[in-house]
Design a protein around this ligand. Sequence first.
Ligand code: ZN
Ligand code: ZN
Ligand code: ZN
Length: 264
Amino acid sequence: MDETPIYDFRGLKALLQHKGIRVGKAEPWREINSEEVRLKEGKLEFTDDGIYVDDNGIKRQVFLYKRRYKLQQYGKPRYHVCKCSTIEEFLVNDRDIPEYRSANVDTVKVLNWDNFNKEEEVSNLPLCKNCAAKLYKYRNMDSSEFAEILRNAASAKEPPKPKVEVDVNGYTKDWQIISSSFREKHNYTCEKCKVQVSPLDSAFMNVHHKNGDKTDNRSSNLQCLCVKCHSEINPTHIHNFSTPSKRLLIKLFEEKYKKNDLPF
Ligand SMILES: [Zn+2]
Ligand SMILES: [Zn+2]
Ligand SMILES: [Zn+2]
């Protein structure tokens, strides 16, 4: 998996500053992965739209979750996106011990109380009910989807990447070839629901860009999904798949391949 950035933004920034060009706070995306926070220490900033940590002078939006949890007994801890009544209550209580962790990534680490506080990796945390009531727009989102939004928002603020030639839909010129060979490599099988379609029905299989960047065709960023799973992967996709032609495609797919799943 090649994670090397195309170029180092810090180097670019220094160069621009050297040339007398003012560079704002544009910084590359950096992950905040399961970092301990003391709510009372003042390193967190709570605003109307979220929770921010100070990362060496850069404000980064994060979510919070309980650092230690009985994963077997209670399932996944909930994640918080704002100063909800649960967090408020915690701030009022006079305990200044780290009980929460901050993150902006898909998979986080939780100390499993049911297993000798072993660090375990958890993703798709459910949203805190009180946060959902306060920030309604996140109500159907799990922490992994929320992390994707944060990542996309951060990259939107970054300096423009070198231009890649794209078509009207934002895909690279070689996308058709990449997409069909990726679907073939996955035997036309959905990575979510595991349904397999005939190669003749490859139109029912899509290739999804996990980080939302349609020009990022590294295979680590791609996912082979059936139209149904793809249409439900996040709120943007739910919206994009609500056109009559997309609905029809999903209907045809379900009629042919999802018969056994129907509730009758
Ligand atoms: Zn909350
Ligand atoms: Zn599927
Ligand atoms: Zn997609």
